[in-house]
Each structure stands twice: as structure tokens, then as C-alpha cells.
Design a protein around this ligand. Sequence first.
Ligand SMILES: *[C@@H]1O[C@H](CO)[C@@H](O)[C@H](O)[C@H]1NC(C)=O
Ligand SMILES: *[C@@H]1O[C@H](CO)[C@@H](O)[C@H](O)[C@H]1NC(C)=O
Length: 314
Amino acid sequence: MASISTMNWLFVCGVSFCLGGIAVLSLMPLSSDCICPLSNPLSRFSSAASAASTYTPVKHESKRPHKLALLVPFRDRFEELLQFVPHMTKFLKRQDVVHHIFVINQVDRYRFNRASLINVGFHFAGDVYDYIAMHDVDLLPLNDALLYEYPSNLGPLHIAGPKLHPKYHYDKFVGGILLVRSEHFKLMNGMSNQYWGWGLEDDEFYVRIRDAGLQVTRPQNIKTGVNDTFSHIHNRHHRKRDTTKCFNQKEVTRKRDHNTGLSNVDYKILKVHELTIDGVGITVLNVLLECDVNKTPWCDCNGSAAAASAVQTK
Ligand SMILES: *[C@@H]1O[C@H](CO)[C@@H](O)[C@H](O)[C@H]1NC(C)=O
Ligand SMILES: *[C@@H]1O[C@H](CO)[C@@H](O)[C@H](O)[C@H]1NC(C)=O
């Protein structure tokens, strides 16, 4: 895709470096910018357990014992990513949160599937990180009182609560930015894989939270309100939301999905890029989602994606 070819020039910490550098890296004090999460991201392909075992926690002065994986579902948002990475890094550094940014880049031609991308990101990082942030790339926190802390045992911590989010103000809203303990994400079987196109996957996740006996907590005593708590860098004229509904999408996506989730998300990771934006090392996963058009035909309303994907995987 176009934005990735643009990114190639930013390619600094390549896979060959990571492979060759494992021994060196474990001796060298790493800069706190690059918390290389998995010494060898590709080992993930052979087995999840081996990836987790090759991980050497970085010596970090942080008093916080928990590690956060920011999972950023992504497609064609290069300018937003260029703002997001330095902003979040500075923001989280002020809070001393040990973290790493994973951009989950959907490269197939099916409609965007935010929830499945989060499931894929969790498969990649969930064993090594204690909690995840499902994080929109276009929503930047401005208020330092929004603490990205390890969620309490009650359940997920919704940073972009309805009293703070610039746009969504209903009580059950859990979109935008949601922090979830890895153990809780597993308990809920992650998110539904049925949501192709924009919207509603977060509302279904709300029901999963409730069904698991968990509850959503939100930051308290934030005084900056709906206009000044976040910067919403989304340009809705330039980036039209894909709100099409086709086949029986409308009917199915209004119901709780008991069948799909983390356990059966169907995907391939085509490539893992370690790249650097303004000195910050991030990991980009190029993900090819598979869609069973007999089950969720609305992943491809007009049949154009299947043809495009067939060409792409040859
Ligand atoms: C937020 O901004 C909108 C648009 O400028 C304005 O109408 C609204 O009153 C503001 N809300 C608050 C709580 O300041
Ligand atoms: C087919 O559907 C996709 C995704 O909904 C849309 O972007 C594209 O414009 C459609 N193509 C045609 C020819 O209608």
C-alpha cells in the first residue's frame, strides 16, 4: 500500500539488525525510546511461546511494573501516524508508562475490520504485555491527568469516556481508547470478527465486558470536557467513513456474537516492519485478513475485494 512504500525510507531497525543484534542488544542499555518488545518479532511466526521466551525485559527505571502494548488498527493514515507516534511517546513518557506501539496495518482489500486487527495485534503482543490499549490513531490525549494505568481488577479503563470524547456521548460507549488487561481480553475471547466496515464493533465489545462480569471504569475529575481533552485529528472530508451496510449486515451486527473472536480470527502476517518515526521505534504488522464470504458477505459488498486479494497473494 502507498503509505508503507512511503515509510520505507524510515526503515531503520530492520529485521536483519534485530536478528543479528540480539546478543548485542541484551548487553547494551537500550534507549528508553525503543523498548524492543520482542527481540525477534519473526519468532512469533514459529510459535507464540518461543516469542515470549525470547523476550528480555528492558531494564527501565520506571516504577510501574506493567507493560502496555498500544494496538493501533490502521489503513492509509500515514499523516495521522506521523503525529500520533511522537505525541503518544511524549505523553506516556511523562507518566512513566512502559509501552510499545504496534500498528496493525490491514493490507487485504476487504473492508476495514478494526476489531479483527485488534485480535491479531493481541495474538502478536498479548503474551508479553500485561495490558493493551485499543487506540484510534486519530485521537490524541491532551490532558496529562488521563492516566494510562494498568486497569483495576474490575475491568477495562475507558480513557475516551463519553463525557470526554469530542463526538460520542452515550453511556455504553467504549470506543476511541480503551485499556484492557491481557487476561481480561482473553477471558472475553477478544472482539468479534464480524464487523467489516465502520462502527458498532465497540458496542458489541461493551456487551462482552458486561457478560464477563467486568465493568468499565473511566478517569475521574477530568475538567477539560468534550472540547479540550482530546485532539481529534481525523479529517472527515478527506477520509470518508465506510458506513455502507450490505447483505444482512445490519441485522447481524446488532446482535451479540457468541461465535467469533480472538480464538478464530483468520489472518496472515505478511511482514513485520520495525521502523522509526522521529527517533521512536515502532512495529508495523502487515496483516492480511481472511473473510468467509458465506458467513459475512458484507466484508466485500460488491465482490471487488476478493478479486483484488487473489491477485495480491499470488
Ligand atoms: C464545545 O465546542 C462546541 C463547538 O465550538 C460548542 O458549541 C460547545 O458549546 C462547546 N462545549 C463546551 C462544553 O464548551
Ligand atoms: C466496492 O465496495 C468498496 C467497499 O465498500 C467500495 O470502496 C468501492 O467503491 C466499491 N466499488 C464499486 C465499483 O462499487
